[in-house]
Design a protein around this ligand. Structure first.
Ligand SMILES: CSC[C@@H](O)[C@@H](O)C(=O)COP(=O)(O)O
Length: 351
């Protein structure tokens, strides 16, 4: 339990309160909704690595608050020399997870500010920037929600994969933002949430978030998506992204690529909903995106119980890359890119 005086909801997954960072511990959901409080950047990096907080935009927002803690500690330790003292913490935060580019984007924004600051206490200025990053992300999700919902003709049913909801962002959600907006307009009548092995973000988080909103949701095993699409009931697959390369290739939770292939075969459209902080124009294609590999136990175990034989070898990449050709629309806060290609991404980012 923490001393944060609010009842946790999905929109409060990341909170700054009286000099501390609070994270809604996503490892405990849906059984318990509890905040953990953080005072040190190294602890924040550890929280990102161990999935207390997860989801690309939420990782970026969290890292920005981590820099506030780092700046405060560096000034206490080194006074006017705080810019040297903050370096290790910035590196720790950057090393927390490799795939979501929002982490590096947020750190870059904080570094740019640091470069312009004088030698006095940086805490206030760093906090103001972190809050701006947080608020901008929340506003981006709301705009993405509107723009994505406008693409859906409905009434229809949709599939989502992993969790790209309020929990995974500064608030409201990207894929779930589109779903929330489209549901409010009567365009979506049911959501099928893939359970999303091995970490089960769909079962633990997406089902919980949608149920809190009263949006009809059916949880399904990942391998049930093909037969569901074959019924003709599904209009869209709607997912988030961890990194989008300059040609429109999309890294997202493992299984997204397979889902996109199934969607193309069945004539189902694929929408990727993500803020522009997820777009990485430095990578020409998805081939350059670093794919995180996590612990074998995530696959060897299920529900805290070992299910595979002793000595079994494991492959556990937790993201895959969906080629741009399988994506019908990328929806960002700056606008929609249909049939993504390098020129369209460049134009969107230079606006
Ligand atoms: C708006 S969140 C978009 C993505 O970050 C999400 O779909 C995803 O893949 C999250 O992976 P996770 O490993 O839970 O951090």
């Amino acid at each position: 339990m923490s001393d944060l005086p609010i009842n946790p909801t999905p929109d409060d997954a990341v909170r700054w309160h009286e000099g501390r960072l609070y994270l809604l511990d996503q490892r405990l959901l849906p059984e318990r909704a509890e905040f953990v409080g953080y005072d040190q950047a190294a602890e924040v990096a550890h929280a990102i690595r161990t999935m207390v907080v997860r989801g690309a935009p939420a990782i970026g927002v969290t890292a920005a608050y981590g820099v506030v803690l780092a700046g405060h500690a560096a000034y206490k330790l080194a006074g006017a020399d705080w810019k040297q003292a903050i370096g290790d913490d910035l590196e720790r935060l950057a090393a927390a997870r490799p795939t979501a580019v929002n982490l590096f984007w947020a750190l870059q924004r904080m570094r740019r500010l640091i470069a312009h600051l004088e030698h006095g206490d940086p805490t206030e200025a760093l906090l103001a920037e972190a809050i701006r990053i947080h608020e901008e992300d929340c506003a981006a999700s709301r705009r993405i929600g509107e723009l994505g919902a406008a693409l859906i003709e409905g009434p229809t049913e949709v599939i989502t994969h992993c969790n790209a909801g309020a929990l995974a962002t500064g608030g409201y959600g990207t894929a779930l933002g589109v779903i929330r907006s489209a549901y409010a307009q009567g365009k979506i009548i049911r959501v099928y949430a893939d359970e999303t092995r091995p970490w089960l973000q769909g079962a633990r988080l997406t089902a919980w978030e949608l149920m809190q909103d009263g949006i009809p949701v059916s949880l399904q095993a990942d391998c049930a998506a093909a037969s569901l699409m074959a019924t003709g009931r599904i209009g869209w697959v709607i997912v988030g992204a961890d990194r989008i390369a300059a040609n429109g290739d999309v890294a997202n939770k493992i299984g997204t690529y397979g889902l996109a292939i199934l969607a193309r075969y069945h004539g189902v459209k694929v929408m990727v909903a993500a803020p522009t902080s997820t777009i990485d124009l430095t990578l020409a294609s998805g081939q350059g995106i670093p794919i995180e590999e996590r612990e074998p136990t995530e696959v060897l175990n299920c529900g805290g119980r070992r299910v595979a034989p002793e000595g079994c070898e494991v492959r556990n990449p937790v993201f895959d890359v969906t080629p741009a050709v399988l994506v019908d629309a990328i929806v960002t806060e700056r606008g929609v890119i249909e049939s993504p290609n390098p020129a369209r991404l460049r134009a969107l980012m230079s606006d």
